[in-house]
Design a protein around this ligand. Structure first.
Ligand code: ZN
Ligand code: ZN
Length: 265
């Protein structure tokens, strides 16, 4: 097997993993939504089909850099991923998870805020905001340009910050679960995670839903640090207390994606 085919195979395998992971996790939370809040996604079938289409396209864009880096890790000793648990003190395991989440959050905040500049919004980010309200299937519903900005984050970080595969698995799990649950239309986490002292710093569905309602603020991914520091935090919606009301959905796609409005920058 030539080098090019080996790398291509790794990229395809990773695309398949990302795509199947998306279908399983989004499918599971969509099923949980049907059980907990029947009718919440009523009338959203055409939107959900679009969300799945964009998300599967994003899976390929996420899969390629991840697959190339995974190949290099296995075959060329690339990256700072370490297999020997004793290579770093044990306390570094949770710290590495936090470092990755903080770095990814910073990357996401600034690229997301950039995506809200009017031209880029119309060109790319409008795809994500066409989901009104988003559903569990919207987790990876991005235009390819935006998917590319997201796809390079973790493959770049593994060259910068040492991490053990188990810690990386935790990071990827948090990334996947938060990506889905932040969009699913109701709050599943206990109140201490979105209210009070800890909630003031964490992002869950209640926070991100407000981004989808108001656009110009709440740009973060996991933490409210950058939003609070930069004055773009818009607090949480009432949605933490009740699922999205029917009338909020009535605006549908009519005035959403085309508007490209962003008072944020
Ligand atoms: Zn946005
Ligand atoms: Zn979103």
């Amino acid at each position: 097997m030539t080098l090019a085919i080996a790398i291509l195979f790794s990229a395809l395998a990773m695309t398949l993993i990302v795509g199947v992971r998306y279908l399983i996790v989004s499918g599971a939370f969509a099923a949980a939504t049907r059980a907990r809040h029947p009718g919440l996604y009523a009338g959203l079938d055409p939107q959900i089909r679009r969300e799945i289409g964009w998300s599967l396209a994003s899976a390929a864009i996420y899969g390629v850099p991840a697959g190339i880096v995974a190949w290099g890790w296995q075959n060329r000793g690339w990256t700072l991923i370490y297999r020997d648990l004793n290579a770093f003190p044990l306390w570094y395991l949770p710290l590495s998870v936090l470092l990755y989440l903080a770095a990814h959050d910073s990357w996401f905040y600034w690229t997301h805020r950039w995506m809200h500049r009017p031209r880029l919004f119309r060109l790319a980010h409008a795809v994500h905001h066409a989901s009104r309200p988003p559903t569990a299937w919207a987790a990876m519903a991005f235009h390819p340009i935006e998917a590319l900005t997201g796809a390079v984050a973790i493959p770049l970080l593994v060259f910068l910050i040492p991490i053990h595969p188990t810690a990386l698995a935790v990071v990827l799990s948090v990334m996947t679960v938060m990506g889905v649950t932040n969009h699913m239309g109701w709050e599943m986490f206990p109140a201490f995670m979105w209210r009070g002292r800890l909630g003031a710093w964490l992002i869950t569905a209640s926070h991100h839903q407000r981004h989808h309602e108001q656009y110009g603020g709440n740009y973060g991914l996991y933490f409210r640090f950058w939003d609070r520091l930069c004055g773009t935090d818009r607090g949480i919606g009432d949605f933490g207390r009740a699922p999205v009301r029917k009338k909020d959905r009535a605006g549908g796609d009519r005035d959403g994606a085309a508007a490209g409005r962003d008072p944020g920058l």
